[in-house]
Ligand binder design. Structure first.
Ligand code: CP3
Length: 371
């Protein structure tokens, strides 16, 4: 059962919900007591406790150890006061479920042992997905669910972004020449690969939700490199397959990518409950492109956090003003927390969002202000 304390009202008990419910309520565009906030990559690199742990344990070993992964997941909840926990794992974690070996190399990122660059390479993947690959992360979710005062977000890499790593093999970031060549010369192979990755993500996310994740996020970090025509041709079908595979779970789904300003209408038309906005688009403008019927998440420039507080505060207030009190805004950065970020600044930002955030009704019993 959930470890939510008795002090927190369940959604629906109050017209604006409680602190513990504000993230999920905002995903559903319900009124909230104040704007919920969490940060992509909140569990990792910027936290000194995390870095100290990483001197002793490899990233793979930390992800494979449910107790340690749960502990890391909870670090930002206690230290930063965020309104959601995101399970500690990586978008590459489920890949062994397709028989793909991948290493997370310090300073480089994921390195795939045998890149998939042809139909023959694709045929060498496991014919059936091994659900054992999802178990350590599901076990971590179970532990977090029992200990966390806030909802747990499960996540997976979206098919296109995972394909960037799989086809390039190493160092994929923005260009993906091998994937782009394959898209032009062997589109059917790419389509088949993306379908397999959609099925992998469905398996991984179903395991996380069954373990207690109350929402999920799909990281399609590199989708912004595509034209709208390629988005429709290559990305929409596997994303629909993925979203259909989660439909019966009833958990809100966030779809996030960077550099997506020109694709927001297409992305929203594909599906998902919450659309992530990066910092290159004004929140009001982005929300208009997404459409009023959908929640949005974002979108403070993560690089601003390396600068003076007054600029951070002004930009945060501008985002909240652009949201304008409409239900369905979840505050976040426009991409992940940079490792150089001072956790005390993140903490101060959480407090500012809670203080200045929009309220759906008159102020509830405010949580005591943290100092
Ligand atoms: O930081 C967290 O909140 C922990 C959970 C988490 C990790 N990866 C662990 C990790 C999450 C949410 C991810 C998602 C992820 N992984 C994405 C999507 C988000 C995004 O940034 O766009 C992507 C593209 C990856 C692939 C990946 N993993 C890269 C490119 C790298 C190397 C560069 C980097 O970000 O540091 C990784 C390694 C990785 N995964 C780290 C962490 C905490 C790096 C730190 C370490 O080695 O301990």
């Amino acid at each position: 059962m959930s470890g939510l304390s008795g002090a927190t009202a369940l959604p629906g008990q109050s017209p604006i919900g409680s602190a513990a419910a504000r993230y999920l309520r905002a995903c559903r565009r319900l009124p909230v007591d104040t704007t919920p906030v969490w940060f992509m990559r909140q569990a990792g690199r910027a936290l000194p406790e995390y870095r100290a742990m990483r001197h002793r344990v490899s990233l793979e070993a930390a992800i494979a150890d449910p107790a340690l992964a749960a502990e890391i997941t909870l670090l930002p909840v206690t230290r930063l006061g965020v309104d959601a926990a995101i399970v500690f794992a990586d978008i590459t974690t489920p890949l062994p479920g397709l028989g793909i070996r991948v290493q997370l190399v310090d300073g480089v990122g994921p390195v795939v042992e045998a890149p998939v660059r042809s139909a023959a390479d694709l045929d060498r993947l496991a014919p059936a997905i091994d659900p054992g690959a999802f178990e350590p992360t599901a076990a971590a979710v179970r532990l977090v669910r029992d200990a966390s005062p806030v909802p747990v977000i499960g996540f997976a890499g979206a098919p296109f972004t995972l394909a960037c790593y799989l086809v390039e093999g190493a160092g994929a970031r923005t260009e993906f020449p091998n994937l782009r060549r394959l898209m032009r010369r062997e589109p059917a192979t790419v389509e088949r690969l993306l379908d397999r990755l959609a099925d992998l993500a469905v398996g991984a996310l179903r395991a996380q939700v069954e373990a207690g994740a109350a929402a999920v996020q799909l990281f399609d970090s590199w989708v912004g490199g595509l034209s709208p025509a390629d988005y429709r041709r290559f990305v929409r079908p596997p994303m629909r397959r993925l979203l259909d595979g989660l439909g019966d779970l009833g958990v809100p789904v966030t779809v996030f990518g960077i550099g997506t300003a020109g694709l927001l209408g297409e992305i929203a038309a594909t599906g998902g409950d919450v659309i992530g906005l990066d910092w290159r688009v004004d929140l009001g403008d982005g929300w208009q492109r997404v459409g009023e019927g959908r929640a949005v998440q974002g979108n403070l420039d993560p690089w601003l956090l390396l600068g003076p507080w007054p600029e951070i505060e002004a930009a945060t207030r501008a985002i909240l003003a652009a949201a304008g009190g409409r239900p369905g805004h979840i505050f976040n950065l426009g991409h992940g927390v940079h490792p150089e970020t001072d956790p005390d600044v993140l903490r101060r930002l959480v407090d500012l969002v809670h203080e200045a955030g929009s309220r759906g009704a008159e102020p509830p019993n405010r949580t005591p202000k943290r100092t």
